[in-house]
Each structure stands twice: as structure tokens, then as C-alpha cells.
Design a protein around this ligand. Structure first.
Ligand code: MEV
Length: 306
């Protein structure tokens, strides 16, 4: 769940994101030959001969992962229980890559550390997204709220959430194709360079202030900054009618802030709702959308020092 900095993060600005507690669970087993992939919740049940030309990005991703792990000569069968909806702006492809890498690591006792998992998931994300910043795979790997800046290696620091922070996620039900949205923003930035650069700088400032607000549990300020960020994302053309509607419903029902999350063009939005998450979730459902509550838990570090 990206709270601040989507798109700007592709161009070297900070982003702040947190994991959603929707598990992506993968198990790997040895098979006779080739690669078998089963993801019942995404209606994926496929077998690929290893030497066949990859038909789509999922197959290319799997092949890359097996090659990098030195497993291309082994037959593998992977089953994934996907708690994350596909193409809904919630980093499903990165979560999938991390889960598959970890399942292979366990099954074949490869001894990968987090950094190795993250680096390989990043390579896999490049196939899915082209210009991926590395944010989604970092959140999926480390499983904690992070302030992120791309680089080699990326700068990642844990955000120490001061208090349990209640959010509601609304799903538009329309696929937001990240690669397409990222490419569209790239083209617009080429055409209107300085205007886009100024917007990305502004988003960077909002992200850093948002991080500070989250670490002080200043929800009023956090909400205002989220609203500003949404306005800038709308300005760069990644919002949609459904996202605007969900944002409006959330604000009308008392959300302190609401913004699209992820690449936009469909996908998901997030509302900050410390006092009225139930009412907001109900209102989103009444408006015809799927919605669910997410709590960003207070950081363990803060619990220890309390
Ligand atoms: C997609 O989850 C987030 C974007 O910023 C792309 C990226 O960071 O790779 C839109």
C-alpha cells in the first residue's frame, strides 16, 4: 500500500509504503520436468516446457527466477495462494515474485538472505513493469512500512509508526496496468519536463512530511498531506472516475485524507480513517465497490520503548 510517492519514486524521489496483511503464500515441489504454476485465485493453471518460447510476462518472470537460482534444469511445481487481488494496485506482482523466490529458497535450501530475495524480485519486477522503482518488491520482502528511494542498492529505512493507524482500501474493480501508467507518465514528463519535475519534487516533500506525521501519529496532518498528494496524482493524469468517486465517498464520510494508491488508471485507493473506518467501508460498498480495512500497526520498536 503506497501512502506517498507513487510515480515520483520512479524518478528518484522518496516513497512511503506499508505492507497489507493479505498473505501471498507459495509452496514449491520438484516435478518431472518444466515449470508448473498454479494460482487458483487468479485463475492461473499453467505448464511451461522450459525450452518453449515464453508466452507472457509471468512465464518470463518464472524462467528468470529459476535461471538466477540455478534451478533451470530441475522440474518445479509451484502453487500460490494469492490473498492479494491481481492488478489492483496493491503490488501483487512483486508479492508473487517474493513468495515464489522464498518457496524455492526453502525447497532447495538455497540460503538466500533478504537482500538477495529483494534483488531478484526487483529483476522480476523489471519484466512485469519495465521501469519499476523497486518499491513494491522492497515492501513485499521486508514486510514493514518503509521510506524508500531507488538506487543501487536502494535506500530503505523502516518507518516507526507511532500509533495503530486505521485505513480503508477501496478497489475500483478495474485493472490498473502499472506498466501502461508508468509509460504514460514517462511520455508526459518528456513533453512537459519542468512542470512534471516540479510536481515530483512537491510529492517528495509531501512524502517526507507524511513520514514525519506518521511517526508522530499526527493524523490530521497526515490526512491533509494525502489529499494534496492525490491532487498531484490527478494532475499527472493517473486518476480515474472510479478513483475520484471512491475518494469523494471516503471524504464525505469523514476520512481525514484519501488518495489513489499505486499506479492508478484503475486499481485501488486508500483512506485514512482513525475514527470511522466502518462507516467509510460501508459507504464504499454501498457505492458499488469492494473495500476492506487495514491497520498499520504501531512499530514494535515503539512498543518496546513504551
Ligand atoms: C507501482 O506500484 C508504483 C509506481 O510508482 C511504479 C514503481 O514504483 O515501480 C507507479
Amino acid at each position: 500500500l503506497i501512502l506517498f510517492g507513487e510515480h515520483a519514486v520512479v524518478y528518484g524521489r522518496h516513497a512511503l509504503a506499508a505492507p497489507v496483511p493479505l498473505a501471498m503464500k507459495a509452496t514449491a515441489a520438484e516435478a518431472d520436468s518444466g515449470m508448473q504454476l498454479l494460482i487458483p485465485q487468479w485463475n492461473i493453471s499453467e505448464y511451461y516446457a522450459y525450452d518453449a518460447e515464453p508466452r507472457h510476462s509471468l512465464q518470463r518472470t518464472l524462467r528468470l527466477i529459476l535461471e538466477r537460482l540455478g534451478l533451470e534444469q530441475r522440474g518445479v511445481s509451484i502453487r500460490v495462494e494469492a490473498g492479494v487481488p491481481r492488478a489492483m494496485g496493491l503490488g501483487g506482482s512483486a508479492a508473487l515474485a517474493v513468495a515464489v523466490i522464498r518457496a524455492l529458497d526453502m525447497r532447495f535450501e538455497l540460503g538466500l538472505d533478504d537482500q538477495a530475495v529483494d534483488a531478484l524480485a526487483f529483476e522480476a519486477e523489471q519484466i512485469a513493469h519495465g521501469r519499476a522503482s523497486g518499491l513494491d518488491n522492497a515492501v513485499a520482502t521486508y514486510g514493514r512500512p518503509i521510506l524508500f528511494r531507488r538506487g543501487e542498492p536502494p535506500a530503505v529505512r523502516e518507518v516507526l509508526v507511532a500509533e495503530d493507524t486505521e485505513m480503508v482500501v477501496g478497489l475500483t474493480g478495474r485493472e490498473g496496468l502499472t506498466a501502461k501508467m508508468v509509460a504514460r507518465v514517462a511520455a508526459a514528463r518528456e513533453a512537459s519536463w519542468s512542470a512534471y519535475e516540479r510536481i515530483f519534487d512537491e510529492i517528495d516533500t509531501l512524502t517526507l512530511h507524511g513520514c514525519d506525521a506518521l511517526e508522530r501519529a499526527d493524523f490530521a496532518e497526515l490526512g491533509r498531506l494525502m489529499n494534496l498528494c492525490h491532487g498531484l496524482l490527478n494532475a499527472i493524469g493517473v486518476s480515474t472516475h472510479d478513483l475520484e468517486r471512491l475518494v469523494e465517498v471516503a471524504r464525505d464520510h469523514g476520512a481525514l485524507g484519501a488518495k489513489l494508491t499505486g499506479a492508478g488508471g484503475g486499481g485501488a485507493m486508500v483512506a485514512l480513517a482513525p475514527d470511522n473506518a466502518d462507516a467509510i467501508e460501508r459507504a464504499m460498498r454501498a457505492a458499488g465497490y469492494r473495500a476492506f480495512r487495514v491497520t498499520l500497526p504501531r512499530a514494535e520498536h515503539n512498543e518496546e520503548s513504551a
